[in-house]
Design a binder for this molecule. Structure first.
Ligand code: SF4
Length: 216
């Protein structure tokens, strides 16, 4: 077996164990081999929504889902659209909370089926808990950790520094790759959530796991 096949076997095995744990907790979880399969699965699960909200997520963008749902005539609530004023951005974030379908990723999933997120404004974690009729998180297998502690550490020490590096922000972690728990006014790591089971008001909750290393 070659290196790529072995890695795929590893990601697949962890994805399947994590998906089984999520299912036990009441989520609908599915494993996909790659981005194409994940995109098809999201489109199938979403059905025909009138409105689609997007949380800050590279993974959903990599899958081209904003463009897909826009082409379908859906109203898109995406605060990453360039040129939005502060007021417009805030309006879009609030609209995400009431969308038919909310699409985002997570900073970590644990092998026993918890979802961990570290957010700045809180719109992503809010809409990932309550409000939208349907919630779909697309999460790549490199975000699966063995424990909640490892998941929180991943959110702080991997996802946050990479996010700031990507946005070319002047935070300590963007320079060194290490979170030092700074108090910079512009920091966007302010709200930490651990979802331990399907929130009671959000029964239509889907997790699509991609058995690859694609997001951060
Ligand atoms: S607390 Fe500061 S150093 Fe840590 S991830 Fe946030 S911005 Fe980076």
């Amino acid at each position: 077996m070659g290196l790529i096949d072995t890695k795929h076997k590893y990601w697949k095995a962890r994805s399947e164990k994590c998906a089984a744990a999520l299912e036990k907790k009441g989520f609908h979880a599915v494993c996909c081999a790659d981005e194409t399969a994940a995109r098809e699965e999201v489109i199938r699960i979403a059905g025909q929504p009138e409105t689609v909200g997007f949380g800050g997520s590279q993974t959903t963008r990599v899958l081209g889902l904003v463009e897909y749902f826009r082409d379908q005539g859906c109203q898109i609530f995406d605060h990453w659209v360039e040129g939005l004023s502060k007021e417009e951005s805030s309006k879009v974030r609030r609209a995400q909370l009431m969308s038919d379908v909310f699409l985002a990723s997570a900073n970590a999933l644990t092998m026993d089926g918890c979802i961990i997120n570290l957010d700045g404004f809180g719109n992503r974690v809010s809409a990932s808990i309550y409000g939208p009729k349907k919630i779909i998180l697309v999460v790549s297998a490199n975000k699966i950790t063995n424990t909640v502690e490892e998941g929180i550490n991943r959110a702080r020490q991997v996802a946050a520094p990479l996010n700031y590096m990507e946005k070319e922000r002047n935070t300590p972690c963007a320079i060194t790759g290490e979170c030092i728990g700074c108090q910079m006014p512009r920091k966007e790591c302010r709200v930490l959530t651990i979802i331990e089971g399907v929130p009671k008001g959000s029964p239509d909750y889907h997790i699509v796991i991609v058995a690859k290393d694609i997001g951060f």
